[in-house]
Design a protein around this ligand. Structure first.
Ligand code: F0G
Length: 460
């Protein structure tokens, strides 16, 4: 076997372990009823393998932990902020940085500053918190992602791309003045962790430049996106993930960032922007909602850990093992004919709940049902990404009916072993074999905002 064909084994070894409880079927059943069949309402101590999210669940390196001891907890002007600012400038290439407690803090600031009531914000599929902040600021979100993204079986390599035809039509229909920016997510979480190609980002830049429309990136998983470009896009095989990331960012005007994903930490985020005026306003507004402009809700030590995490996150070997582990789980499921979103995403494997449960209508919450049954089987916690996550149309009050009805098995970075992936696959396969028995769920409590976090259900 050639050296380049060898396995994706991790470029690290384990120094500290965190014991987890080996839970039982009876415990799962009790916990699930108490949690109203919503995996967000389970206690973490009742979970065996936690694949709810890759957000803030990363394992830090010894170098990051050492950085935690170097926290400068001064209220103003912490040296860790300047280190973080320099690191973001160096790796992402943006001019101005406003720190925030996490991604939605940055989304809030950006939406309040850039959106006027009646505006329209196009995006390559929605994300829950991002769209809600746009709507709360008075905008309407319009999905301009390519059609392939809505088809779980389509094997196109860049299913996160913006459909430039849809984008042009929207500009003609509403006028460029009503579009403060395009929100370009890389990778696209709700589409299954699917990447955007460099060619697409470049073409979007050319189109929006003609109309004076800005591109604000959701850079939450942009390093994973850069890895896919390296693996899949002609002309990038010999470039490093680090180089690709910086080129990608150069086609955008700034970003919101959840530091809890790519940057390998447990909390943090930022807003980056090249425009002087928007930066001034964001730096002013951050003190109202987040904290002073040199900490934005983070401790000095959090900023140091994030700066160091960014440096580690762009290493090619790290990304190969990170995405390699996700693909390892996905390929086991494909081999067992379990329906999943193809190609396998960067941070998660997405189960196609419609294909699991053709006997259920979307109002019977197939993905919520599947997430509940998975937890019941083996204590593996996943997340619904279907009709519950999509929420209601703020104008009509009706459910959004997304084409994708998915359950996300999200892999935290540097946390679980290959054996955990094996156990997860065995459980998913067992639940798939029992698919005909599922009867669906009824929602018995629905919160007003981001209902998926706290909604409660009963078995039909
Ligand atoms: N954008 C994307 C693409 C995200 O995935 C998230 C969070 C955010 C923004 C918001 O960032 O949580 O730091 O405020 N996604 C998590 C998830 C919650 O599980 O996918 P945040």
């Amino acid at each position: 076997m050639g050296r380049d064909k060898r396995s994706w084994a991790e470029p690290w070894k384990v120094k500290v372990v965190e014991p987890i409880k080996m839970t039982t079927l009876a415990e799962h059943r009790r916990a699930l009823t108490e949690a109203g069949y919503n995996t967000f309402l389970l206690r973490s101590e009742d979970v065996y393998i936690d694949l709810l999210t890759d957000s803030g669940t990363n394992a830090m390196s010894d170098w990051q932990w050492a950085g935690m001891m170097m926290g400068d907890e001064a209220y103003a002007g912490s040296r860790n902020f300047y280190n973080l600012e320099n690191t973001i400038r160096e790796y992402y290439g943006f001019r101005h940085i406003v720190p925030t407690h996490q991604g939605r803090g940055a989304e809030h600031l950006l939406s309040q500053i850039m959106i006027k009531p009646g505006d329209v914000v196009p995006g390559n599929m929605y994300f829950t918190t991002t769209r809600l902040h746009q709507e709360l600021a008075g905008a309407t979100f319009v999905d301009v992602i390519v059609d392939e993204a809505h088809n779980p079986c389509d094997e196109s390599p860049f299913k996160g791309n913006v459909d430039l035809g849809k984008m042009e039509d929207l500009i003609v229909k509403v006028g460029a003045k009503k579009i403060p920016y395009v929100c370009l997510a890389a990778t696209v979480n709700m589409a299954g962790g699917q990447p955007v190609s460099m060619a697409n980002a470049k073409a979007l830049r050319e189109l929006t430049a003609k109309h004076g429309i800005k591109i604000m990136m959701d850079a939450t998983r942009a390093v994973e996106n850069a890895y896919f470009i390296q693996q899949r896009e002609p002309g990038y095989a010999d470039k490093t993930v680090r180089e690709i990331l910086k080129e990608f960012c150069s086609y955008t005007d700034g970003c919101t960032m959840s530091g809890k994903k790519d940057p390998l930490v447990n909390i943090g985020g930022w807003l980056a922007i090249n425009d002087e005026t928007i930066f001034e306003e964001a730096r002013n507004l951050v003190v109202v909602y987040e904290g002073l402009h040199t900490y934005g809700g983070m401790a000095g030590r959090d900023m140091e850990a994030m700066a160091r995490g960014i440096v580690e996150s762009v290493q090619d070997d790290h990304m190969r093992a990170r995405v390699g582990q996700v693909e390892y789980l996905g390929n086991m499921l494909i081999e067992a004919d379990v329906p999943i979103v193809r190609p396998i995403g960067g941070h998660a494997v997405y189960l196609d709940a419609r294909a699991f449960y053709p006997q259920l209508t979307q109002d019977q919450f197939p993905a919520q049902t599947l997430a509940a049954l998975l937890y019941e089987d083996a204590g593996v916690r996943a997340m619904e990404r279907g009709i519950v996550s999509a929420g209601r149309d703020p104008k009509t009050g009706k459910h959004h009916y997304p084409k994708l009805e998915l359950v996300r098995l999200t892999i935290p970075r540097r946390v679980y072993t290959q054996a955990h992936m094996d156990v997860t696959a065995e459980s998913v396969i067992e639940v798939y074999e029992n698919r005909k028995k599922a009867t669906g769920l009824k929602m018995i409590y629905e919160p007003k905002y981001l209902r998926f976090f706290q909604a409660r259900f009963e078995v039909i």
